[in-house]
Design a protein around this ligand. Structure first.
Ligand SMILES: [Zn+2]
Length: 378
């Protein structure tokens, strides 16, 4: 096997791709077991794979404080969201086993410190709201009262929901290098891709070597389109409308936090670890309800020094089909009015699909609509 150098790709955050996978330590079954939530398990798996490089474990107090107050790690590297493990009480030993939801140990954690945290303060700083109706805030308020910090060794990786598109950062990097890509744009999504997002991924792709379509497959809100349906939609769209050698579909195993602007930064940093030099940030990225301003997730990138993040954000406006232009466009590129644009509200689209009606081809590809119609029927 020839080894292709990944040196020409963007460096991981902090310079080195972390690998916290390892052998099952002896005596792990005898250790105190802590059962993780699904969000904590997805963070754990992302620490193991290096997707959260440079993190090697759950955050200690110094890291937590710097991150929530100033969006940096103590080392000076940018970092936008806490990656913490909540517990009821301090463990007795200096090592604990971390168990999945079935109680099976999957990792060991070297206990570094246990500390108190203020949920309202974390909510205000990270989510910009303390409203319990916000799904990320509700999850935070439901957490156990202490944070347990320490480095981890993961000896049993999580079973991916979609093994054929599950790829660790080391693997996406290898594939990019094999394909000769150097500049790669990452696209985060938790929705089916309609014409608007197809357009902006293609506009981005025109300026770089490759596109990573990186749907989030961890926990989302229950009213988001189920992940298996979305994956069908992505495959159908990519098969029909993207050149195979310019695009890679891969799963992003994170859980949604719905932290809007801060999550946009966090998403960009994670994709840098996967080898993306560029990252698409649309309007209201990772937002929910009307907690964030339309452009907040773009404006937050200005709070960092130029090149501090290294990964280059690509900002996009809302896009649509314009009947006069005869093409996809945005208010940045089309001078015509709303009456010339094909616009369908999310509610209208759901109504059409559940009635078995295919929305206009200017809004969505018919093949994608059919996948969604089938899903609504079953
Ligand atoms: Zn126009």
């Amino acid at each position: 096997m020839t080894v292709v150098s990944t040196d020409r790709l963007i460096a991981p955050h902090g310079g080195t791709l972390v690998d916290r996978t390892g052998e099952r330590p002896e005596g792990v079954d005898a250790l105190e077991h802590l059962t993780l939530t699904s969000r904590e398990l997805s963070d754990l798996d992302m620490i193991a794979s290096g997707a959260l490089s440079p993190l090697e474990g759950f955050m200690g107090r110094a890291e937590y404080e710097r991150v929530i107050e100033g969006m940096h790690l103590p080392s000076g590297l940018p970092w936008a969201l806490p990656v913490c493990l909540a517990v009821d009480t301090a463990p007795a030993g200096d090592q604990v086993a971390l168990a999945d939801e079935s109680g099976r140990p999957v990792a060991a954690l070297e206990v570094d410190e246990v500390y108190e945290y203020d949920k309202e303060r974390e909510a205000e700083l990270c989510f910009r709201t303390t409203d319990e109706a916000h799904p990320g805030v509700a999850r935070l308020y439901g957490q156990k009262p202490l944070y347990l910090a320490g480095r981890v060794i993961v000896f049993e990786r999580a079973q991916p929901g979609f093994p054929e598109i599950a790829r660790d950062p080391a693997e996406t990097r290898r594939i990019f290098a094999e394909r000769g890509w150097r500049r790669v744009v990452g696209f985060q999504t938790r929705n089916p891709i309609h014409r608007a997002h197809e357009y902006l991924t293609k506009v981005a792709l025109e300026t770089v070597d490759g596109l990573l379509v990186h749907p989030l497959v961890g926990d989302t809100k229950s009213d988001d389109v189920p992940v298996d349906v979305r994956v069908d939609c992505y495959r159908t769209l990519l098969d029909g409308y993207y050149p195979e050698n310019r695009v890679l579909l891969s799963a992003f195993p994170a859980a949604m936090r719905y932290a809007g602007p801060r999550e946009a930064i966090w998403h960009a940093i994670c994709r840098k670890n996967y080898g993306c030099s560029h990252f698409i940030v649309g309007r209201d990225h990772a937002g929910v309800g009307d907690y964030y301003g339309t452009y907040d997730a773009q404006l937050i990138f200005d709070e960092f020094e130029p090149h501090e993040l290294d990964v280059e954000p690509m900002f996009f406006e809302h896009t649509f089909w314009c009947n006069v232009c005869g093409s996809m466009a945005s208010t940045k590129s089309c001078p015509h009015g709303p009456e010339d644009r094909v616009f369908l509200s999310g509610t209208k689209v759901r109504e059409m699909l559940s009635a078995g009606d295919v929305p206009p081809v200017e809004f969505t590809r018919p093949e994608v609509a059919n996948v969604l119609i089938d899903a609504y029927r079953s």
